[in-house]
Design a protein around this ligand. Structure first.
Ligand code: GDD
Ligand code: MN
Length: 360
């Protein structure tokens, strides 16, 4: 087998790992047509000199990136430069076994896979014993959160391969942080994803850049991916969050109006509704429906207040009807209470999405 392979490796301060890394890759690919692209974010160590020397003996290119730093963006830059028909992405810190590359490319070349993951969590896969409980838990939670996006045991892996022609248009890719493999699987059209077991080694030299900021970035990235994969459901969810926030505003204004201004409770109730509905309008305009048509604020605000009032009437009205007309709900009014909230909420969402924040 002689394939055209581009191995893309994001690097930042990996000078000590470069020699063993490039040797390990060449050991398994020397009989093939391959290139290694080191996508380096201008490391302040001596990566550049080492690469310079290595490139005399190996098909190696160092691409020094001065802007848009970050792992995932570095990898995307690599896609633009890659010459090979097969793209392999791996880390520089020797965590990923180079020998798996051959099997990955073989699966792609024979059409037995469209996307191959070097996986720590399939049978035969392993993690170096030194991972502490925190990192295991972290990894499990991260994977669980992505489970509605991709059916794979290790979608977080930074070791994966695919055919270059299957790469989704680069303009559609906008990952934040580390999870470029996940981004590709969600946005690309890879029918058959195969996971090969790997032994994920702990890095010996240098240190991991995965920190709390990256975890926060991961949540932001997930948010984007869910919006991409489930646009309507994400809107509904976001609308619900805004609604919950509105309930807090409602309660605070209702109580404060009585405590601070000795307002009668009925007045406080009406005033707090206006505050809550206005807050909901503002947050929905800024978040849930931020990509919808920009309409004049006052008109849209009034429209939102009226649909919210209607939702409120349906909420309380259905509660009233259920508890007075159906004996069951007379005995279990709390169920009627939640049905009312649900009906009001859906009506509000429908009207907000189809009318108040209409797209065209
Ligand atoms: N260009 C560039 N820019 N490269 C970077 C940057 C950056 O800002 N940050 C990290 N890298 C490079 C590192 O030099 C290394 O080659 C690779 O990306 C992985 O970085 P590590 O810091 O070693 O990450 P990790 O071991 O914590 O995370 C790895 O495992 C995770 C799963 O546990 C990565 O493969 C993640 O993608 C993966 O999700
Ligand atoms: Mn690492």
């Amino acid at each position: 087998m002689n394939e055209n392979i581009s191995v893309i490796i994001p690097t930042f301060c990996e000078a000590d790992n470069l020699i063993p890394l490039i040797q390990a890759i060449d050991d398994v690919l020397s009989s093939q047509n391959y290139e290694v692209l080191l996508m380096d974010d201008n490391s302040p160590d001596n990566s550049a000199e080492i690469t310079q020397q290595l490139s005399q003996n190996y098909p190696l290119k160092l691409i020094t990136r001065l802007h848009n730093h970050g792992l995932a963006l570095a990898v995307i830059d690599g896609f633009k430069q890659a010459q090979g028909d097969y793209i392999v992405v791996m880390d520089a810190d020797l965590s990923h076994p180079a020998k798996t590359i051959v099997e990955m490319v073989d699966l792609l070349a024979t059409n037995r896979a469209d996307f191959v993951i070097g996986s720590r969590f399939v049978k035969g896969g392993k993690i170096d014993g030194s991972w502490h409980l925190g990192r295991h838990l972290n990894s499990k939670i991260a994977t669980f959160l992505s489970s509605l996006l991709v059916k794979a045991k290790d979608p977080m892996s930074g070791f994966f391969a695919f055919r270059k022609i299957d790469c989704p248009p680069l303009k559609n890719l906008n990952p934040i942080g580390y999870k470029i493999g996940l981004e590709l699987m969600v946005k690309g059209n890879f029918k058959h994803i195969v996971e090969l077991p790997i032994f994920f080694k702990k890095r010996t030299f240098g240190k991991s850049k995965l920190n709390t900021k990256e975890q926060w970035n991961y949540l932001r990235h997930l948010h984007r991916l869910y919006q991409f994969a489930y646009p309507r459901l994400s809107e509904l969810f976001q609308f619900g969050l805004v609604g919950l926030n509105g309930m807090v505003v409602d309660l605070c204004v209702y109580l404060l109006a009585q405590w601070l201004f000795a307002s009668p409770h009925m007045i406080a109730r009406i005033v707090s509704f206006w505050f809550a509905a206005s807050a909901n309008w503002l947050f929905n305009r800024k978040t849930t429906f931020k990509t919808r048509l920009r309409k004049p604020k006052i008109k849209q605000w009034l429209a939102f207040i009226s649909t919210s009032s209607l939702g409120f009437v349906v909420n309380v009205g259905s509660y009233y009807l259920l508890t007075t007309q159906i004996l069951f709900f007379y005995h279990y009014p709390l169920i009627a209470f939640f049905i009312g909230i649900g009906l009001g909420f859906f009506l509000n969402f429908l009207l907000a999405s189809k009318w108040v924040f209409k797209s065209t």
